[in-house]
Design a protein around this ligand. Structure first.
Ligand code: GLU
Length: 481
């Protein structure tokens, strides 16, 4: 085996990339980079029926957005390609035939009907090895004559196949429990059982990281390595990510699709960071980590054997931490499309809106709703002015709104300090509490019971012209009652 660590990510293009797939790729990437190795992308598309159009492009997009950079793949040749399984049919055929010659596999001519008729216990169709002892010459003659066939694994009798998984420890399966499964299908395409072995060997993969659903099949794959006389790779199987206590996240049910989260306004780096923590805990106990920090800390002893539950609330919190940690300019750049969606048209101060939102949303997708009040302003329920604790009622509100209008009309410094100073001194002159004026002014400016900021912040966001228009509108509304 090569001295350089080589790992791979081998997605099947059967739909979108859910969080569990992404995590597998991420860990394989982190492990390779931590060890100064190479990370390879391989597309496992031998199941033509399940292949979905556009899914390969989605894999590229996802890895790019996630910041997972591969050294070799379909578009980056490292000399052991092709990296797309459907382009490797000749290779699988050649190796399947070689395995037959070595006694590790055999031709099987059983028809579909026959296979269906041999049902074992609980309705399974474990193959009864009918073709296992056909003399090779005879089998080859039948193949040459054009008879349809598959190639099956010849599982040796009476052995126990064991290996040591880097996460789960010792795994052993007795050969009695392993079926002579199909390696090469009648259409000439390999099954996963065969392709994963041939490809991982030919691509020099030293460490196989994949989902725990393959944990107990791996002894079977190892028997193929042994039959070829190839060195087995190391294995790190990863525990499942659950939707809840009983169900795994599943592509089939549309669960937790990476790109859906981006569309909802999650930052890719925050999602990746959260995903990393599903099943791995760095020794430092850190939660918020850059890719480089994850690479530096990623070791197999931190990977858990138990399943983890995907918790969107936690991911949301982490995303919020990323947003808060941005500079104002960075946040402005990422939030602008959402702000524009929230206040289509309107001459609002978008920088000010961004400033206000940065500490108030955990995902960017929540911005439009939070700022919707900016857009629609009209008749509202005056009961909103009644606030016992603030000592505000309709009379106080009337006075407060007038005080605000008088104080702000002539103000040129339309910013927080300027507005605050003008309101404070006007409140004092009118012998009102600052809180009474601010509370009334906030309602008058927005017509909303709650807003993402106080009166002054709202006034800054709205700008002078719009603020004055709204204050006058509210004054009229109050006067009418
Ligand atoms: N194509 C397999 C899957 O998507 C990959 C398994 C593996 O990594 O070996 O589940």
């Amino acid at each position: 085996m090569s001295d350089t660590v080589r790992t791979r990510f081998a997605p099947s293009p059967t739909g979108f990339m859910h969080i569990g797939n992404l995590r597998t790729g991420l860990y394989a990437y982190l492990f390779a980079r931590h060890n100064g190795g190479k990370f390879i992308l391989r597309i496992e598309d031998t199941d033509r029926e399940r292949t979905v159009q556009g899914a390969v492009e989605m894999v590229y997009r996802t890895l790019k957005a996630a910041g997972i950079d591969y050294d070799e793949g379909p578009d980056r040749d490292g000399g052991v390609g092709p990296y797309i399984q459907s382009e490797r049919a000749d290779i699988y055929k050649k190796y399947a035939e070689e395995l037959v010659e070595r006694g590790g596999a055999y031709y099987c001519f059983c028809t579909k009907e026959r296979l269906e008729s041999i049902s074992g216990e609980n309705g399974t169709h474990t193959y009864d090895r009918k073709c296992r002892n056909i003399p090779l010459d005879e089998a080859k003659a039948r193949v040459a004559a054009g008879e349809p066939y598959v190639i099956r694994q010849k599982v040796p009798d009476g052995v126990v196949s064991s290996y040591r998984d880097m996460v789960f420890g010792e795994i052993s399966v007795s050969s009695e429990d392993i079926e002579d499964g199909v390696l090469l299908k009648s259409d000439g395409m390999p099954t996963y059982n065969f392709a994963n072995v041939v490809d991982d060997h030919l691509m020099g993969i030293t460490h196989v990281l994949r989902g725990a659903e393959y944990l107990s099949s791996t002894p079977k794959y190892n028997l193929i390595y042994d039959a070829f006389g190839w060195e087995r790779p190391h294995y790190m199987h990863l525990p499942a990510i659950m939707k809840d206590a009983t169900r795994k996240l599943s592509k089939r049910y549309g669960d937790a699709n990476f790109e859906d989260f981006l569309a909802k306004g999650y930052l890719p780096q925050a999602v990746v960071n959260y995903v990393a923590l599903l099943g791995w805990c760095p020794k430092s106990g850190d939660e918020k980590m850059t890719m480089d920090e994850m690479i530096a800390q990623f070791t197999p002893d931190g990977v858990s054997v138990s399943n983890s539950i995907f918790d969107e609330q936690k991911m949301k919190w982490l995303n919020g931490e990323y947003l808060k940690a941005m500079t104002e300019d960075e946040f402005y750049a990422v939030s602008l499309p959402y702000i524009e969606k929230g206040v289509a048209g309107g001459g609002f101060d978008k920088r000010e809106i961004a400033r206000l939102m940065q500490t108030r949303v955990d995902v960017l997708g929540d911005i439009p709703e939070k700022i919707a009040f900016l857009g629609d302003f009209g008749e509202y329920d005056l009961a909103m002015y009644e606030h016992k604790k603030m000592k505000v009622d309709l009379d106080v509100a009337k006075k407060a709104v007038k005080v605000s209008i008088d104080a702000l009309e002539g103000l040129n410094d339309w910013n927080e300090e300027g507005i605050r100073a003008a309101i404070s001194s006007a409140a004092e002159a009118a012998e009102m509490k600052g809180g009474q004026v601010m509370f009334s002014m906030r309602v008058a400016l927005t017509g909303q019971p709650s807003t993402p900021g106080g009166a002054i912040e709202m006034a800054v966001v709205l700008g002078k012209e719009e603020s004055m228009r709204r204050l006058r509108f509210s004054q009229e509304l109050l006067d009418r009652n």
